[in-house]
Design a protein around this ligand. Structure first.
Ligand code: 5GP
Length: 114
């Protein structure tokens, strides 16, 4: 996993991103290397490094991020379905040390992942 939290720089407006949703709890923007016709990242404004460091107090935030995913899936036309992914730490494939949810769709997605 990278040591640099590039997503915090996006939250702070220090580097650009194609932001499609912003509120007091989270941001959503297009992934820089999309793996599907729709590939959006939903991230909390709060710094949470990995999924396994979530605390009880973060439950409403995660619920909110899921509802933002539903809204964006509708706005982006993912009527036939989509996939939500949270990669956790090295074996989960996480590269950026800031919790993020991938919203992917627009093509059939195979299972199981690699
Ligand atoms: P992870 O592998 O940590 O679950 O996912 C990190 C994702 O962030 C990758 O899909 C990668 O393409 C994306 N990403 C990395 N750096 C940037 C960036 O600077 N801007 C944007 N928009 N996406 C990024």
């Amino acid at each position: 996993m990278l040591s640099d939290n590039i997503f915090l720089k996006i939250v702070e407006g220090k580097i650009p991103a194609k932001i499609i949703h912003s509120d007091d709890q989270c941001l959503a923007f297009h992934d820089i290397h999309p793996q599907a016709p729709v590939h959006v990242l939903i991230i909390p404004r709060k710094v949470i490094a990995t999924h396994d460091t979530l605390q009880k107090e973060d439950a409403p935030l995660l619920g909110h991020m899921n509802l933002v995913a539903v809204k964006l899936a509708q706005e982006l036309g993912l009527v036939d379905g989509y996939r939500l992914i949270i990669n956790c730490k090295d074996q989960g494939g996480q590269t950026v040390p800031h919790l993020h949810m991938h919203l992917m769709g627009g093509r059939p997605l195979s299972w199981p992942p690699g």
